[in-house]
Design a protein around this ligand. Structure first.
Ligand code: CO
Length: 139
C-alpha cells in the first residue's frame, strides 16, 4: 500500500449553507468552492480549502441518500470519512482485498473526477476510508 496525501476529510451536515457559515465565520476559511450535486451518490457536496487539505461537506440529496442514516445517528452531522490518495486505484483495491479488507463496490468517479472506492470502517479501525487515485494534473 502506497499511502499518499490526505486529500480531504468528509463531514456530513444537515445543511451545507449552515456549515459554510461555520467554516467561514468560526474557522476562518477563505476559499470555499461552489456546492454541487452528485445525484448518483445521493449527495450534495461542497469543498472547503484548508492550508494542507480540504473539508468535504456532504448533505443528503434525495430520499435514498446514504447520509440520512448517518444524520439520524448524528443529528448535528460530523466526521463521516477520511480520504487518502494513492498512485494506482486498481492496485490499491487489490492490495486491500488481499489483506482481507472489505472494499465497498468497484472504483467509481468521485467528487474530484478521479476514481475512488471506500473501505468498510469495521476493517479500518472504525474509520470509513475513501481511497482516491491522485489527480493527474494536480500536485
Ligand atoms: Co470524500
Amino acid at each position: 500500500m502506497k499511502l499518499g496525501r490526505l486529500n480531504h476529510i468528509g463531514v456530513a451536515t444537515p445543511s451545507i449553507p449552515d456549515s459554510i457559515a461555520h467554516w467561514r465565520d468560526v474557522m476562518g476559511a477563505t476559499k470555499i468552492h461552489e456546492p454541487f450535486d452528485m445525484p448518483v451518490q445521493g449527495v450534495k457536496v461542497c469543498f472547503v480549502d484548508t492550508p494542507n487539505t480540504q473539508i468535504e461537506l456532504i448533505e443528503p440529496l434525495g430520499a435514498d441518500s446514504p447520509i440520512h442514516g448517518f444524520l439520524a445517528k448524528n443529528p448535528l452531522g460530523g466526521q463521516h470519512h477520511v480520504c487518502f490518495e494513492v498512485p494506482d486505484i486498481h492496485a490499491a483495491k487489490a492490495e486491500f482485498e488481499a489483506m482481507g479488507k472489505k472494499v465497498l463496490g468497484e472504483p467509481r468517479i468521485g467528487a474530484h473526477g478521479t476514481l475512488i472506492f471506500f473501505v468498510h470502517p469495521k476493517d479500518m479501525g472504525g474509520m470509513l476510508t475513501e481511497i482516491m487515485e491522485t489527480p493527474k494534473e494536480a500536485h
